[in-house]
Design a protein around this ligand. Structure first.
Ligand code: SF4
Length: 363
């Protein structure tokens, strides 16, 4: 009987405590649920606060970045309004990928927008700019830019083969500078490069154009691309005799999609020269005072290039990636994608006396 007494007592104690224990248990359960909900709410709130904080930091960073990017003013614009050309230079870096030429009235609208955004100099280039409408299309743009937009400088880069004397008579007055491309004074080398058309002599034509520039008071410039076929040449004598205001000497440049790569219309790899070879060429011509050298590094991003659709072309990635057209989104929006390196533009002497009125030439 003494053995069963504690068991009886324990049984009574359990039955006495059952109710409060089950109440306590159910309270603990509710407490746990409440704690879980509270923690969950606290965590959600903390995550939300962290997200808001990150968003605020990102937007401050974005604002700071925007403050860091100065608005680019299109002081000097190179407008490649056509890609068509009558030459077949093996290293050409603006090839005939389209035949599009914009209606003149649309072009004038774009040129006016550029002027209002700060353009002081325009250079018309191609392709061959004298090809559309036998040079009349170009002449009308040149006249518009000088007479109506009053631009301090209007220039053209051409291979020179299609320029007629009548063009100078009609439009020479509105043109500040004519740059003619000439890579060699040896016609066999020009033929190897692809600069030439049949039996027409590129060098003889160059001399004729030099004289017309004198006659019609247009400043004369020469552009040469130094490549595998002319890198050994000595051009001192001929350049000095022609006496251009500037002799731009470029190192042959590879541009993916233009003169290299699968979609390209040219394979310029065999024209490429090293930096040292380029330097040796420059050294050989150091006595030519008008020589302005442009290595690949200086050249790549220091030009503000507009294509035939009036889109800025960005060369930062070694290709020509287009922005949207300035006619669709405006200058400020399109120019953000131009990849233009203004500092390099100034360092390479991009801003110079570019108006024939300031050049005070002894014609
Ligand atoms: S003349 Fe100029 S545009 Fe024409 S093929 Fe030669 S480099 Fe290209």
């Amino acid at each position: 009987m003494w053995v069963f007494m504690p068991l009886t007592f324990a049984g009574k104690l359990i039955s006495f405590l059952r109710q409060p224990l089950s109440f306590l248990w159910s309270s603990l359960d509710s407490l746990c649920l409440w704690l879980r909900i509270t923690f969950w709410l606290a965590r959600t709130k903390r995550d939300q606060l962290q997200q808001d904080k990150k968003k605020a930091e990102d937007s401050i960073e974005e604002e700071e970045e925007n403050l860091d990017v100065p608005t680019i003013i299109p002081i000097s614009v190179n407008y490649h309004f056509t890609r068509q050309c009558n030459y077949k230079c093996g290293f050409c870096f603006h090839t005939a990928k389209t035949s599009f030429v914009m209606p003149l009235e649309e072009v004038k609208r774009g040129l006016l927008m550029l002027k209002e955004a700060g353009m002081e100099k325009i250079n018309f280039s191609g392709g061959e700019p004298f090809l559309p409408d036998r040079g009349d299309y170009l002449g009308k743009m040149v006249k518009f830019c000088k007479e109506e937009l009053c631009l301090p400088s209007v220039s053209i880069v051409s291979n020179g083969s299609l320029i007629r004397k009548k063009w100078f008579k009609d439009y020479g007055n509105y043109l500040d500078i004519l740059a003619i491309s000439c890579d060699s004074f040896n016609e066999d080398v020009n033929a190897l490069i692809g600069r030439g058309q049949g039996k027409k002599g590129h060098v003889e034509n160059l001399k004729k154009l030099r004289q017309w520039c004198r006659d019609y008071r247009v400043a004369f410039k020469i552009n040469s691309v130094i490549n595998r076929f002319n890198v050994e040449e000595d051009m001192n004598e001929q350049i000095k005799a022609l006496n251009p205001i500037r002799w731009k000497v470029f190192q042959c440049l590879i541009i993916e999609g233009e003169n290299a790569g699968e979609d390209a219309l040219r394979e310029a790899e065999r024209f490429v020269i090293s930096d040292d070879e380029f330097e040796t060429f420059l050294e050989r011509h150091k006595d030519v005072s008008c020589l302005v050298p442009e290595s690949n590094k200086k050249m790549k991003d220091s030009y503000l290039i507009l294509d035939e659709y009036m889109r800025f072309l960005n060369c930062q990635n070694g290709r020509k990636d287009p922005s949207k057209s300035i006619l669709d989104v405006g200058i400020e929006e399109a120019i953000k994608f131009s990849g233009f390196d203004e500092k390099m533009f100034l360092r390479r002497g991009g801003k110079y006396k570019w108006s024939k009125a300031d050049l005070k030439l002894d014609w």
